[in-house]
Design a protein around this ligand. Structure first.
Ligand code: ATP
Length: 441
């Protein structure tokens, strides 16, 4: 429980959401949020609780990278304070957003809830001011595609103020970042570079990251992948590294173990819906699944998986309602070896999202039941040696004792399966931000 003590006058809870400030060429909405929070602190304002990094539908059409939006909450005491805070935020967004990129369309939401006698019953992940309607909107934005008009209409209905730069598309994510419930949450510590170093190789000591992982896993997770450090992005953005973990304390402790040989301009811990599977909906059946949405779906493997060009592995999942093509793409690396072992009749729960081509992009599978797999082999001779064909229609002959049989039929034997029932997942480097690693239970 995070208590905020205040004297007994009226308070104004101000929720700030922002999105769509960056571009593929640079910047990051979490960075702008961090600059704003430091600026607000310097000006004497207190931010209630950790800022929130909320990942939205991974198939949203206009996303730059990981479809992340941010929000934070402040408790203020007067309209003058609110105006001052708004000015700081709007100026920073205007100054730091990549406005010259036509695809960058920042949007901001300010949502005020007035309250007498401030008694914070705030708990990470729970806030009574966030109505079920706002929460439902956030879940819809995480699971489906929403229109800007819907965000505008809801903001209008709840009396939130909307600020649009250019097309202002960012208000979709900004409102969702305010509304997102966080019953399950993880934490990410983001460290940012000096602007002079943007675009240059990140100087993070990989050995120290491995050691950090060794000492702190599974309180921190997905920071190392198959021995390689997985905390540094590959884009020219301000992020030096991000450490993922179960608690703020875990990621802060982990940071102490990571050595870098370039200056860190600032760093900040975000509470986030990353790694919670919040994007997944339970599908009633295969035919009810829609494109650009993510599901947990039950079905049976139809045929043996096949390898296709590019190193991808695909198979068809069926149920009484229809079938869907499922793919383990090349970046999922060793996970493809598991998929290659599937056989017709295997019963699965598949976790993943339906992309552009209507193919289900697999994030993890639960093998519920393995079908018996048979192969047809030449019969065994009485002497124990497997026989050889004596020619078409001529039966079999034993290569050891010369024994012959006229019967042409083969023997059906059960083959030992190379996978077992249970869960299998893609490696951290191929994992969607929202996807829950098995280590989280
Ligand atoms: P980064 O992760 O680097 O911050 P991004 O991948 O979050 O970038 P944005 O630049 O924020 O991408 O662009 C995503 C845009 O899509 C935003 O305008 C956001 O409001 C909008 N958006 C997010 N989710 C949805 C959705 N479910 N339906 C429609 N639009 C969405």
């Amino acid at each position: 429980m995070n208590k905020v003590s205040m004297d007994n006058s009226n308070y104004i809870n101000v929720y700030v959401g922002m999105d769509d400030t960056d571009s593929a060429k640079g910047m990051c909405t979490t960075y702008i949020c961090s600059v704003i929070l430091d600026r607000l602190k310097d000006c004497g304002f207190k931010v209630d609780s950790l800022p929130r990094l909320i990942r939205l539908n991974p198939f949203a059409p206009h996303k730059t990278r990981g479809n992340g939006a941010v929000s934070f909450k402040m408790v203020l005491k007067s309209e003058t304070e609110i105006e001052e805070v708004k000015n700081i935020i709007l100026n920073q967004v205007e100054e730091l957003s990549v406005m010259e990129d036509p695809k960058t369309n920042p949007g901001l939401i300010f949502y005020q809830v007035h309250q007498e006698n401030y008694e914070s019953d705030y708990e990470e992940g729970y806030d009574k001011n966030i109505t079920p309607e706002l929460q439902d909107y956030a879940l819809k934005t995480i699971r489906t595609i929403v229109k800007q008009e819907e965000a505008e209409a809801l903001a209008d209905k709840i009396g939130a103020e909307v600020y649009r730069f250019k097309k202002g598309r960012g208000i979709i994510g900004a409102l969702a970042a305010i509304g997102c419930p966080l019953e399950d949450a993880t934490y990410e510590l983001l460290a940012y570079r000096e602007p002079a170093n943007y675009g240059t190789k990140r100087r993070v000591d990989a050995e120290s990251v491995r050691e950090m992982n060794h000492q702190t896993y599974p309180d921190t997770f997905d920071n190392v992948d198959d021995g390689y450090m997985a905390i540094t992005p590959h884009t020219p953005c301000p992020v030096l590294y991000g450490i993922r973990g179960e608690t703020p304390e875990a990621v802060l402790e982990a940071q102490k173990l990571v050595n870098v040989s370039e200056p860190i301009e600032r760093s900040r811990v975000f509470i986030t819906n990353q790694h919670t599977d919040m994007h997944l909906q339970i599908a009633d059946n295969i035919s009810n699944m829609k494109q650009f949405q993510c599901y947990i779906v039950k079905g049976t493997v139809k045929e043996f998986p096949i390898n296709i060009e590019g190193g991808h592995v695909i198979f068809t999942l069926t149920d009484a309602s229809g079938e869907v093509e499922c793919a383990a793409y090349e970046p999922t690396k060793d996970f493809r070896d598991v998929v290659r072992q599937l056989a017709p009749g295997d019963q699965l729960m598949v976790y993943g999202g339906i992309g552009n081509q209507g193919t289900l992009n697999v994030e993890k599978i639960e093998v519920v039941n393995l079908a018996p797999l048979y192969e047809h082999v030449n019969p065994l001779c009485e002497c124990g040696k497997r026989m050889k064909s004596a020619g078409a229609g001529k039966g079999y002959k034993c290569p050891r004792c010369g024994n012959k049989i006229r019967d042409d039929s083969k023997e059906k034997i059960e083959v030992e399966r190379k996978i077992k029932p249970g869960f299998y997942e893609v490696p951290p480097s191929a994992r969607r931000h929202l996807s829950k690693p098995l280590v989280r239970g």
